[in-house]
Design a binder for this molecule. Structure first.
Ligand SMILES: [Zn+2]
Length: 367
């Protein structure tokens, strides 16, 4: 028993070091995370700035479909206006980085950036690429794709200019080039000592209707991302509003809404979806081969036996699941799911740590 407690403590310390601040989950959130253990799908959304992302779609994909869902913002929004302070440039980029991380804590996505600097408004992608080192930023996008291994890539903007800002069009051009380059071992081979080439199934443009510009059409692939999540007690329009309202330096906020919300998509690479964004992708443990089958079974049982009033009862079976996943030979999903089980064990055990000090300052910035 001592050993189990010690390993739980170590797991918790590990998660403190490597993840965002710990939160206590409700039983509904724990059950949601148990269900997610059985979903092996990944989607990444790519655009140029903090605030370009579609928070409702990200919230839906992360919490309804239970995919690992990422947002890659090429820049940190260094070049925008600051409505709540004097910080500009790099300092504003730091604030907006935190705003995006805060948004992802709410909508369940993971946040990525490239090294591209937001130098302010740009009329064309050509002008943008004159200022950015295009090859360097492309390699950053390829790196994120090879690391995150998305089945589906979604861009906010098209390559054809309807997105307006040169950074927007550049983000779509880079995403579509990276869709191909990430799978090619001859592109950026220096990355291959850390990550493997990765071929996403498809890339789509999430068409839009805003700013007097309607690029959607009823003939496009569409899906309803509205709806209500009973385990979280919120609709996706409500999660999106909370997430969107983290863009405080931009004075952003959106009203929470419920009900139908149709998103439209235009394929720009790979096979077009017919019935689902993930058409043709095996989302079960079978995707890692035969050895995944019994993992699926173990998780089904953990879900079935979960006691909402006593989540701590699930700790022993989760520890057993951890051991079973540890024995898999496949690397990518093994690593991700082990992390998810670690978080679940910490949450189910109700582990809590509190630190206080009688000193007001423990570190002083050197200016
Ligand atoms: Zn933008």
């Amino acid at each position: 028993m001592k050993k189990v407690v010690l390993s739980i403590a170590l797991i918790f310390i590990h998660s403190l070091v490597f993840s965002q601040p710990p939160q206590s989950w409700s039983s509904g959130q724990i059950l949601q995370a148990i269900k997610k253990l059985n979903v092996l799908g990944t989607v990444i959304y790519i655009a140029a700035h903090p605030d370009d992302e579609n928070t409702r779609l990200i919230g839906y994909l992360a919490n309804e479909k239970l995919y690992r869902t990422g947002y890659l913002s090429l820049t940190r929004g260094d070049g925008g206006q600051n409505l709540i302070g004097d910080e500009q440039g790099i300092e504003l980029g730091l604030i907006r980085t935190q705003e995006l991380l805060s948004a992802r804590r709410i909508d369940g996505g993971e946040q990525f950036f490239t090294s591209a600097y937001d130098f302010g408004y740009s009329k064309t992608p050509e002008e943008t690429f004159d200022i950015w080192d295009k090859e360097k930023i492309l390699s950053d996008v390829v790196w994120v794709i090879r690391y995150f291994r998305p089945d589906v890539i979604i861009t906010r903007f098209p390559t054809t200019g309807e997105g307006g800002h040169g950074h927007h069009t550049a983000s779509a051009i880079l995403a579509n080039e990276a869709f191909i380059a990430a799978a090619d071992p001859n592109r950026f081979p220096q990355q291959l000592q850390y990550v493997q080439p990765w071929q996403a199934k498809r890339i789509l443009w999430n068409t839009f209707n805003f700013g007097g510009n309607n690029t959607t059409s009823e003939s496009q692939f569409k899906t309803d991302v509205g709806g209500f999540n009973p385990l979280l007690g919120k609709g996706y329009g409500e999660i999106a509003a909370l997430s969107r309202s983290q863009h405080k330096s931009q004075g952003f906020g959106s009203a929470p809404v419920r009900g139908q919300a149709i998103e439209y998509f235009k394929p720009t690479g790979g096979t077009a979806p017919q019935t689902d964004l993930m058409d043709g992708v095996d989302l079960s443990w079978k995707r890692i081969g035969k050895e995944g089958a019994h993992i699926q079974e173990l998780i089904n049982n953990i879900e079935k036996d979960f006691d909402v009033a006593h989540p701590e009862k699930s700790v022993p079976v989760l520890v057993d699941l951890y051991k079973n996943i540890s024995q898999l030979t496949e690397g990518n999903w093994k690593e991700k799911k082990l992390q998810e089980v670690q978080h679940l064990i910490a949450q189910c055990s109700g582990l809590f740590m509190d630190a206080t000090t009688n000193r007001q300052f423990i570190a002083k910035a050197i200016l």
